[in-house]
Design a binder for this molecule. Sequence first.
Ligand code: FES
Length: 106
Amino acid sequence: MPDPLRAQQGPSRVELKARRTYFWCSCGRSKRQPFCDGSHAGTELTPARFTPGEDGEAVLCGCKRTGTRPFCDGTHNRLAVTDASASIPQHEAGEAGCLHLSAPKS
Ligand code: FES
């Protein structure tokens, strides 16, 4: 399986709606980050489908190396910065409004 591209250095904070199905980009090629736009076609990578159980803000992975797809797990903090001008959003697990450790409901 090919390594995904790093779409950005850190996560994206997004507002999600309960019971709506989302597709998180796992390949890093989408122009609609952090969501899929079909750009994974021709790769072995596929988007992660998830449906939040409640309305609210979520912190979705942008580095595409998280172990808790689609949510950021802080892995980006251990990756080398690939662009010195890039800012890296910092946050902690359990931060107010952060759903990144919530298990996605399907
Ligand atoms: S942005 Fe990928 S783990 Fe945080």
